[in-house]
Structures are given as structure tokens and as C-alpha cells.
Design a protein around this ligand. Structure first.
Ligand SMILES: [Cu+2]
Length: 156
């Protein structure tokens, strides 16, 4: 009797694993983004030198800005990556850290303060649940240098 019970348990366990893996794999579908949608930091050039506190302007084309949680099609909110080396778990909601800033109220610009030195900035537009779109809507990463005091251009 005992061995029969064990056998049954084993079979049901195999079935459970087999069934449960399927939906987990299908769940990786991300919200589709429209063809050609782009996002960029519109007011800062790559290799720019900036003061410690500066404004970053976010620009998305082909999609609309909406607060986090708003599931209007083709909408999402901005995320600023500061000194983020690698993005892991692209199919999961972005965490909120000091390197991943969410603008869940639908902001289109932000004032950022960074310590002097070299930094990177990158913008990502993500869906109502903070998950990357498919295809991903992300800017190029730009390099910036933050200085204590920006030299005024010499007067002519
Ligand atoms: Cu978010």
C-alpha cells in the first residue's frame, strides 16, 4: 500500500510540474509598443559637462505619457537609469532603486543632483506595470561629467 501511494504522489508531482511550467513560459509576453516608438533625453548631449544639479527632459515619440497603472494602449511612463551597468530581468517590473528612477506620476522632466565625476544617463519608457515594452523603448546611454562649477563661456 505504501509503495502505491508513493507512486501516485510521484505521478501527480510530475503532472503538476509539467502543467505549471507552461503558463510560466507563456507569461513572458510584454506589452507591445507601436512600430518606431522612441524615447530620448532631449536637452543633454552625449559627453556633456553639467553642474551638480541639472534638469533632464524626457521625450517620447509614437506613444503617450500616462501615470503608472494607467493601461491606456500605447502609453507608459518614463524611467531614468543613472549609472546603471546592466539591466536584468527585462520581463519583470523594474525595481525602484537609486539607479532606476520611476516617473510614475507622468512627469516629462526632472531635476537631478549627482556627485562630481563621470556618470551615465539612459531613459526607458515602460508600461503601466513598469515592465519594458516589446520591442523595448529605450534611449542610448549617454556619458556626462558632473563638475562642482561649470565654467562660464568667455565673454567676447
Ligand atoms: Cu515605473
Amino acid at each position: 500500500m505504501k509503495s502505491l501511494l508513493c507512486h501516485k504522489t510521484f505521478v501527480s508531482l510530475v503532472l503538476w510540474v509539467g502543467v505549471s511550467l507552461q503558463p510560466a513560459m507563456a507569461q513572458t509576453a510584454r506589452t507591445p509598443s507601436p512600430e518606431g516608438a522612441t524615447v530620448r533625453i532631449s536637452n543633454i548631449e552625449d559627453k556633456a559637462t553639467l553642474p551638480a544639479t541639472f534638469l533632464v527632459k524626457f521625450e517620447v515619440t509614437g506613444m503617450e505619457v500616462a501615470p503608472a497603472g494607467d493601461k491606456t494602449p500605447n502609453s507608459g511612463h518614463h524611467h531614468l537609469f543613472i549609472d546603471l551597468e546592466a539591466l536584468v530581468g527585462i520581463d519583470k517590473p523594474l525595481p525602484a532603486t537609486d539607479k532606476i528612477i520611476h516617473f510614475g506620476a507622468g512627469q516629462t522632466e526632472a531635476e537631478i543632483t549627482l556627485p562630481p565625476g563621470n556618470h551615465t544617463l539612459q531613459l526607458m519608457f515602460a508600461d503601466a506595470n513598469h515592465v519594458a515594452f516589446n520591442p523595448i523603448v529605450m534611449s542610448k546611454q549617454i556619458d556626462i561629467t558632473v563638475v562642482e562649477k561649470v565654467e562660464e563661456p568667455a565673454k567676447q
